[in-house]
Design a protein around this ligand. Structure first.
Ligand code: ZN
Length: 228
């Protein structure tokens, strides 16, 4: 779960901004939040450059190929973070977030259908991560290697930008826990399947799941032949 909330690292940079704004007045605080949200992509970009600029830049060429491979016109839209970082509380219906709109259309519509059904049972679904730019995925990879100490161990949690199903828009991470549990229990009828045993929040579209059920789980992403 830890790498899934790495966006927080970027957002922490906003805290001083909010404190200053809050000291001025409540109105200024509200305005500060709006300004901070607009500024978030720039800050996130700056953070990436500072931390791993060379690696990210080096990967972008190869990574952009996989984005192009999704087909012209299928790219993400919206005024939110251009790399796909999502604010807390983002829902599958948030058309302003590239992290949501960049999902494969069939996956997104299945997700929305499931979200409505969950809501009818009193469970509100959020999207903690969806589509990611190659640069964002590479940053997650670099962070994971630093955190887990080796490329092999990091591969158990974070795929490379070239192989990631988040970069191709074919995977979504659902929160909070009760909603992820709901999708694990009820998602198959919508074609939504958990894929990895160690990632109970990560779902992909398996269109036949309603009739055949979901496939066997991989223990973790390093066992997934697509990521080899
Ligand atoms: Zn995922």
């Amino acid at each position: 779960m830890r790498y899934e909330s790495r966006g927080l690292r970027f957002r922490k940079a906003l805290v001083p901004v909010l404190i200053i704004a809050g000291a001025a007045s409540l109105l200024a605080l509200i305005a500060g939040v709006a300004v901070a949200q607009l500024a978030a992509p720039a800050i996130a970009g700056a953070a990436r450059e500072g931390e791993a600029g060379t690696q990210v830049a080096g990967q972008q060429g190869g990574g952009s190929e996989s984005v192009d491979a999704r087909g012209a016109g299928a790219g993400p839209t919206g005024s939110g973070d251009v790399d796909g970082l999502l604010p807390d509380g983002t829902t599958p219906f948030d058309d302003a977030q590239p992290g949501v709109t960049g999902l494969a259309p069939e996956l997104l519509s299945a997700l929305r259908e499931a979200a409505r059904a969950a809501e009818a049972e009193g469970i509100t679904m959020t999207v903690t991560s969806g589509w990611r730019s190659p640069a964002y995925q590479q940053q997650l990879r670099v962070d994971a290697i630093a955190e887990y100490g080796s490329e092999a161990e990091a591969a158990r949690w974070v795929a490379s930008p070239e192989k990631s199903v988040h970069v191709s828009g074919e995977a979504v991470d659902v929160g909070p826990w009760d909603a992820a549990q709901w999708v694990a229990d009820n998602g198959a009828q919508f074609g939504l399947c958990q894929v990895y045993d160690n990632e109970p929040w990560h779902f992909e579209l398996r269109p036949n799941a309603a009739t055949t059920g979901c496939p066997e789980l991989y223990w973790d992403p390093s066992y997934d032949p697509r990521l080899q």
